[in-house]
Design a binder for this molecule. Structure first.
Ligand code: CA
Length: 246
């Protein structure tokens, strides 16, 4: 995956106005429940009922976030995602049904920021929406420098690049530190191998595909209580890794 310089140009939503959400969904029950639920949470919701309408509405609505159902009439969620991502860095959360997890991975690869699986609870969805919005302005390394991350017994101090595991300092190499930081910034979320490699190594990645796994293995040796049965850094076979320390 090529490094995308546009990613660093996302801007935070001004705090004085509600966050605008484009909800792309063809099932009436979801449209109704989400319109009410999200409005209650303070979001301003615009609805598109199919993929073609989504693209049409997107141009005029200028949303701050898109909730994008995968299975849609006319154009699939993946096609909409590709179309939008070619033009904008607006955060996109893909909504899938059970059994569509493979497509969700493809969605991440074509530029979605996260995905949720139906049925989900509104609270979970809103938490993910807020997380994606938070990541948006902080996606440049300069912005997040100095922010201490603490999760699952691990504490990272980015400005000094010091790491503490259950109170004890551990020495992490630069890429190990960046990898752990990226995982910890996205707790509970699967990060694909491509995303991890792209964000941690970018064009520096010259090794074979095992380089990532070697780094994960070394990280686990430092942060897991039992490295052979990891509970903090989970492998999602064939996809990537997830931080489960939340
Ligand atoms: Ca659908």
């Amino acid at each position: 995956m090529a490094k995308d310089p546009k990613k660093n140009k996302r801007e935070a939503v001004p705090s004085e106005r509600p966050v605008r959400v484009l909800l792309v969904e063809d099932e009436d029950s979801f449209v109704e429940a989400l319109s009410v639920g999200l409005a209650h949470e303070g979001f301003e919701v615009t609805v598109a009922r199919d993929g073609a309408e989504a693209i049409e509405v997107f141009e005029g609505a200028d949303p701050d976030l898109i909730l994008l159902d995968l299975m849609l009439p006319k154009l699939s969620g993946l096609d909409v995602c590709r179309h939008v991502r070619a033009r904008s860095n607006v955060p996109i959360i893909m909504v899938t049904a059970k059994g569509e997890e493979i497509d969700a991975v493809v969605a991440l690869e074509v530029g979605a920021d996260d995905y949720v699986v139906k049925p989900y609870r509104l609270r979970e969805l809103v938490a993910r929406m807020r997380a994606v919005m938070r990541r948006t302005p902080a996606s440049t390394p300069e912005d997040s420098l100095g922010e201490t991350a603490e999760l699952g017994g691990i504490r990272l101090e980015p400005d000094t690049r010091r790491a503490f595991v259950r109170g004890d300092e551990v020495h992490l190499r630069r890429k190990e530190f960046e990898l752990l930081r990226l995982l910890m910034e996205n707790p509970g979320r699967v990060l694909t191998r491509d995303v991890l490699i792209d964000r941690v190594w970018g064009s520096d990645y010259v090794g074979d595909t095992k380089t990532l796994d070697v780094h994960i293995k070394r990280l686990r040796a430092q942060v897991e209580q039992v490295p052979k049965t990891p509970v903090l850094i989970t492998t999602i076979r064939g996809v990537g890794y997830r931080f489960d320390g939340a």
